[in-house]
Every structure is written in C-alpha cells, then in structure tokens.
Write a protein that binds this ligand. Structure first.
Ligand code: CA
Length: 360
C-alpha cells in the first residue's frame, strides 16, 4: 500500500506529542515506527491506542484512517470503528442532522475506494494466479466436493492473509485474554467465548499453544475465530489434525465448508455488474437527472430478467458501478459483514479467474 504523506506527518506529530520514541530519526523510520506502535499495541496499553486513534481521527478521514491502521498495524477494524465513531458522534452531532439528499435515492450507495485500492490491484491478482496454479489439485478436489467456485475460495485467502503469507503477529491467547478482560474491551462476553474455544483447541492441538493471530484472535490462513475453527474447520488431508496454519488443504477445505454450511448456492453468482459510469457523466443537474432515469431502466430490466437477484446497489470507487447482488453476496458477508469486504472478495475472484482464462 502506498504511504499517505499527510498521514505520515500526523504519525510523526503523534509520536512527538505522546512521547512514543522513534528510535531512528533517519529517513527509514517506517519499520521503527511500526515496531513502536506494535509494541505499544502488544502491551495492550489500550488508553494510549485510544488517544492515538482519537488524535488522528481529527485530521484524517475515518475510512482512510481505519484502512491505514488495519493494513499497516493490524489493528482490529471493529474496535477502531467504535473508537473513532465514539469520538466523532459528539462532535458531528449537529452536522449529521443536516444530511444532504442522496445522489441516487433509488439505490443504496456504498463507497469502497480504499478496499478497492488495497485488494484489487495487480500484485494481489498476480499472486492469486500463482497461488492457484501451485495448489490446483487441492482447489479442484475441494471445489468438486463442496460445490463452490475455487476462485472464491482463493480470493478469501487472498483478502484475509495474502494467500497465507500474513497470518497475524499477535500471540492469539494473549490477544483473546486482553479482549476478554480489559476494561476498555467493548465485547467481553464475545471474546470470553472465543477464549474458551481457543483453550479447548490448544488442548487438542499442541501446535496451537503459542499460535499467532490477529489482534482479535483470528487464526491461520483462513483467519477463523476460535469458535468457527471448532465448528467449521476440517481435516482435509486426513493427518489427524485440523491445521489452518500450515496446511493449505485444511485451510481451503475449511473455507469451503464454512460457505457450504452458510448455504452457498453453486448455481448463482455473488454479484453481477449491471452498469458503470464516471463522475463526469453526472457532473451537471441535467446529466444527473438523465443518469437516474437510465439507472432506473437498467435496474427494472435486471429485476425482470435476472433470476435470484436480491438487491441492486451502487458501489463507488474510482467509478460508479450499479451491481445486482445475490444470496451468495450475503454468504460472503457471513465471513465479514462489510459490504466492501464482500465486494473485494467477489472482484478479486473475478480478476484472478479472468487472468487465468487469458493465460489458458
Ligand atoms: Ca490436517
């Protein structure tokens, strides 16, 4: 991900204000900054993290900040959302009442530029193609057994852990203990269930004692939370262990099993692109009125012709796109409830698939 210069300035500002020493003042301070923040984070000094996020949130757009902290420091996005929202709610209360009219009243509009930039880019697509070729026999057998598009399975691995490469850097047990008992934790009952599940899993699987995971305790290549690990993960290679950390067979089949259990429909897509347009095509009142009519026509036609269509929405990244969403889109959202996440998984799967068919 490209660094945001504005963000770097505020990071430096923050470090000086809050006394988080940056050990090297050279131009190559990125790694040391990461170390310092991670150290802080690892030590569960939640107050300092809150201060950090609140300070930053005054200057940086919320989505940008969340994505930055997530990709650069693996901060838990749900916790961050709450922290940032908590801070902003009071401040923007009067403003939020004067909400302007939506551009397209007939369809919900989701912005996903940052997710689009992070996940739908050539490097990740290329990695996906390589990863698929390397593990084609596994994908073929799992896809056949569970009746799920192998591109979707690969795409989940791609979005979650860059195809197994980045599985989280926190001691999973410690992260879960902190989230379960620290007074700043917003979801103690949830995390206590997850901690109990993790401890049970550790008893059955010695390799999990010191397992690393995300700040929220998500585990392995598929980033399953411990209860999902217990309920949905499978021992596909039949070695007697369900190992999502180092067995690609187990990881890929476990994602497939998760989707199967959440009723994936093999005969339907997750989403279908219906129409695309740019900001220039709506930059006057006249053009906007015409576009609204056009979108109404396209939407009505899709509702009549596309079997199984559940919902029509607009996703805005660099362009505006009108999408028809199906049941399977909601199945992806069972993995992560963000619309942007599900769209990233869908589009990455399509891009990897397209590249593979071009090469064949
Ligand atoms: Ca296994």
């Amino acid at each position: 991900m490209k660094k945001l210069p504005q963000l770097s300035i505020f990071l430096l500002l923050f470090f000086s204000v809050y006394g988080l020493s940056v050990s090297s003042a050279s131009a190559k301070t990125k790694s040391s900054k990461v170390l310092e923040v991670s150290k802080h984070h690892k030590n569960h000094d939640i107050k300092a993290i809150e201060k950090f996020i609140q300070k930053m949130s005054k200057h940086i757009p919320e989505q940008e900040l969340r994505n930055y902290l997530y990709t650069e420091y693996s901060f838990n996005p749900i916790v961050m959302k709450k922290l940032i929202a908590g801070k902003r709610e009071k401040k923007n209360d009067s403003k939020s009442k004067k909400k302007s009219k939506p551009l397209f009243p007939q369809y919900p509009l989701y912005r996903w530029l940052k997710y689009n930039k992070i996940f739908i880019q050539p490097e990740r697509i290329e990695l996906g193609v390589k990863h698929y070729y390397e593990h084609k026999p596994i994908y073929d057998s799992v896809s056949k057994q569970y009746r799920i598009d192998p591109m979707i399975l690969a795409s989940i691995l791609g979005v979650e852990t860059k195809f197994g490469k980045i599985q989280g850097k926190y001691n999973a047990r410690n992260a879960l203990i902190t989230n379960s008992f620290h007074k700043s934790s917003h979801r103690q009952p949830f995390y206590r269930r997850e901690l109990a599940a993790f401890l049970q899993l550790s008893q059955q699987n010695p390799f999990m004692h010191n397992a690393k995971g995300s700040y929220a305790g998500a585990l392995g290549m598929a980033q399953f939370i411990p209860t999902s690990y217990q309920y949905y993960a499978v021992d596909h290679n039949k070695d007697g262990f369900v190992n999502l950390f180092s067995s690609k067979e187990d990881a890929i089949a476990s994602i497939a099993n998760y989707f199967k259990e959440h009723r994936w429909r093999d005969d339907e897509p997750a989403a279908k692109l219906l129409y695309e347009f740019t900001h220039q095509q709506i930059n006057s009142k006249n053009k906007l009125t015409k576009m609204r009519k056009k979108l109404a026509t396209v939407g009505n036609k899709a509702r009549k012709e596309l079997k199984g269509l559940k919902k029509i929405v607009i996703f805005k990244a660099k362009k505006y796109q009108l999408w028809g969403l199906y049941h399977n889109f909601n199945v992806i959202k069972r993995y992560n409830s963000l619309n942007s996440y599900a769209m990233a998984v869908h589009q990455l799967s399509t891009e990897i698939g397209n590249k593979l068919s071009k090469e064949n």
